[in-house]
Write a protein that binds this ligand. Sequence first.
Ligand code: HEC
Length: 140
Amino acid sequence: MKRLMPFFMVAIFFLGACSAEQPPGKVEPTASKQATPEQLTLAAGQKIYESNCAGCHDSGVGGAPKLGDKKAWNGLLSRGKDFLLQHAIQGFEGKKGAMPPKGGNESLSDEEVKNATTYMISKLGVRSSDDNREPMEKYQ
Ligand code: HEC
């Protein structure tokens, strides 16, 4: 085995050299095409979030659960993503404050609010798939 090492080293060197020689243009397009629908949803959701929801949810204004604050979201998520989404779209008055329908921007489509909510949930380290009920031990 030891005697083979130099050959491996040479092989690895050549493999490295080959990929380095590829023009960068050839590699990049495939990389950017690899954005999954999930990533696109999150990117779209982030934009909606930043312009419509961040005002309250970044700082926790009026009792809004903060973005990425696992403690604040703990318990909310256990009710299921659909439930949260319904609240985000229709608005609701909770114990902590009032969440306006669609964050106060009625021109948003349900889909846009859904993407923003998916983005917010993704910041908790939960996959944005439709797994409605994640075990909450994860956030404690
Ligand atoms: C004017 C401030 C404000 C804006 C803007 C706002 N929210 Fe909220 N949101 C709140 C408050 C306050 C709560 C918590 C109310 C409570 O629990 O008593 C909340 C709660 C939520 C919840 C948790 C729902 C639940 O059942 O507990 C979700 C999801 C949510 N907001 C999504 C959004 C989305 C998506 C946007 C942007 C489209 C948005 N919010 C914009 C104030 C806001």
